[in-house]
Design a protein around this ligand. Sequence first.
Ligand SMILES: [Zn+2]
Length: 920
Amino acid sequence: MLCKSSLTALSKISTFLISFGTRAYSLIPFCSALLLFLIGTSKIHAQNIPNPNDVIGFEIGSDFHLATYQQSITYFKKLAEASDLVEMRYAGKTSEGRDWNYVLISSPENLKKVEHYKSISQQLAHPQGLSREMAKQLAEEGKAIVDISGGLHASEVAGAQHIITLAHELVSKADEKKFKVILDNVILVLWPSLNPDGQDIIANWYLGNVGTPYETAPTPWLYQKYVGHDNNRDAYMLNQLESRVVGRTWREWEPSIIHVHHQSSPFPTRIWLPPFAEPIAPQTPPIVAREVNMIGMAIAQELETEGLPGAVHMGKGFDAWYPGYIDYMPVMQNIPSFWTETALYRFATPHLYTIRDFPKDRADLRVESLYSSPWKGGWWRLKDAMQYMQTASIAVLDYASKYKETLLFNKYQSGIGVIEKYKQEPPYAYFIKQKQRDPVRPVELLRRLAFNGVKISQLDKAILFEGMNYPKGTWVIPMAQEFGELVRQLMDVQEYPDLRESPDGPLEQPYDAAGWTLPYQMELEVIAAMSPLTEALNEALIPVKGIALDADQEGQGDLSKVDFVGGAGFNTNEVAAGIVPLPGSVKGSGGTLFLNPKENNTFRVVGEAMNKGLPLLYDSKTQSYGIKNANRSQIQTWIKEYAVNGLLRSSSSKTKLTSRIAVYDPWTASMDMGWTRWLLDSFGIPYTIIRNTDVVNGTLNDRFDVILMASEGPGVIENGFQKGMAPPQYAGGLSGKGTRNIESFVSEGGTLVCLNKSSDFAINALHLPVRNNIKDVERSAFFTGGSIMEVENNNQHPVMAGMPEKSSVFVFDSPVFQTKEGFKGEVLARYQEKGSPLLSGYLVGEEYMNNNAAALDVHYKKGHVVLFGFQPQWRGQPMGTYRSLFNALFYANDIPNNHKVNEEWSSTDAIQRVEGEKEE
Ligand SMILES: [Zn+2]
């Protein structure tokens, strides 16, 4: 047994030993010596394969137990030491600074040539210039690279636990025919977790609560430093460090299959598999969609073979639609990529289900085409979920092994298909000029695309094309490239098919983001080429290439400051490293540096100045921020690093910027709060977190000038977790006292900034003369999902400083404001009078928006309440509206006090009146 699998490289000898059958065991000393003699450093395994239960100290998957990430890694280290089928690799750092690893599992022969197989995978993934014959040969020679992970939603605990037992099974059964074939044909890239921080956060929380009344209580904080569950909404934006580490690794391997485990199968089904429900994204490469469907069916079949009932397909609509999902976006990179959802109770606590718990339409246990073995109820334990996952993972490996050549060739075929498509149909390219309202913004977009494998060129001379002059330096994304569909997904306007549950039934509505068009969100002018590129244009295209930073060097920090993502930036990708903005500039002379808020990096400079204690001011005439007393070399550094454009002059403005910012963080693990913290940290804006007790204790005006509330419903803010749901220190919300203290904070001159849903809290709590026009309106009458709308801005107001007259805003379950009798203050942004303000996404019920406000500055006693009816920092994407949030956080003391109300914007009625007069 010991020798048998070690000898796979040495077929003759292994045949000889296998023929001894179980007696081979007695030959251990002999064959170990022989092996060492024959293959030198090869590791000995099989008998010494460590059992995870022994290493970690409990039975993995047993009730009330969870392995932490550290324990998991300890096991994998031991496994890699013991077996030459396993090799550990370093992936990068996590947001909390953990070392992050994945392992390769394959035959020792494959692992010895792993760089060669990786290069085959690369060639097939980037097929330009590769002939069909050559691709066939490579597909025959190559190995399927299958990426399986313990998932990224850490509260879906079985994923990371099953990876441990999966690895043990693969390695300890390496000699069995089924596994041997897999290990010969497949190189498994196995991630113990896609969210190591989260695995520890959840395990530590749960293990601390087991046996108490709070055993199944949810965590009062997020299971990723900033964004929790939204870690699966960041695939194309790459705002979080984890997204970049995974993205970089996937670009390194260009996997043949990506499978990510989740846990939320629709009850009572036990595992939800592809095929996915309609509609699928319009740009899905067809072969890839077919492969995903086949793999889903192969998993279902394997589950039946293993006697595991309850697999189902299709599930929710619009799931294979939004490219923010880390496990869906790779489809646009020609990778059959998908997720499965196994049933979950809570953590490692078992649960008994009876038929009485089933929904009515499932209680009769009716057999369906895609649910042919209904689950009948019973106990559901962590180890059951792990068994389903492990069977699914093995089915995927088995599929990859059987269809290895097809998978490899189809990746080539899919890439070629995209290239050919965009040689023949528009858009043929996208043009992005260097000079934009904010010249750093195109760099932010393009560096992200490049990091995700998109090729970008630059014009080496000025070109006239389709009647437009493109200066030298203009960036061009030619669409005849293998990842063209990803570009299209991000640049296009999202439109919705008229899909209904029945001919007259309600429209099917997307449950997540409905419109995400990046040029709108990022306030960029991007022009699509609608006719084929001319010869002159093609000749002027120079592929962008910079000097990539070695991934190992990234520990030194972010070497390029111009984009604001911290830690490992985009520079480990050579195309991204070559995308640099036009240099910043400083003109004029005088003691104060003025910066325009239309450039986002202005706020990073202001943040630095705040932290350094430099005096700051606001100039209402030019609507810019001034920094006094900065020395020359400091200014030069800012201009160089942040590529901002400043003006030096002497200043007479007496409007000081003095704002002590508090950020209210409820104990309900608010993702929107997390994204807000991420944004403020990324821009270096100083702030203090306040909790319920801080608010209830009062004296807020002594400590702060501004309190920010992220998007949370009023119920969550007021009540938090109900008593009994969470340990007492985390239960409850602001309650009556906290709410009264917020009221008195504003009364005494403070500024309360409410994002999106929290606006309803402020309207109720302070009895503001404002109505949320869509409150209590049914979903069939008004619905936007997460979509992009156009607004007109009151851009003379300091909160809207730097905004253009018209802009896009991202709404998601957002309020729409109407001012009522007695309103004092200003409308900051409003929807058009007639017609649909929708730019991208979904909108039913435009009449609820028309003429109403998307944001308000409500004067309340001595203070202000700024209500945002949109999400200025949603998942870190709408870079065109970050500034309104930063401006609002600085809208304290002198700035509002020295601002005069613009009568035209003094209420939603005033706008109607002025518009009406104009019309007559
Ligand atoms: Zn999940």
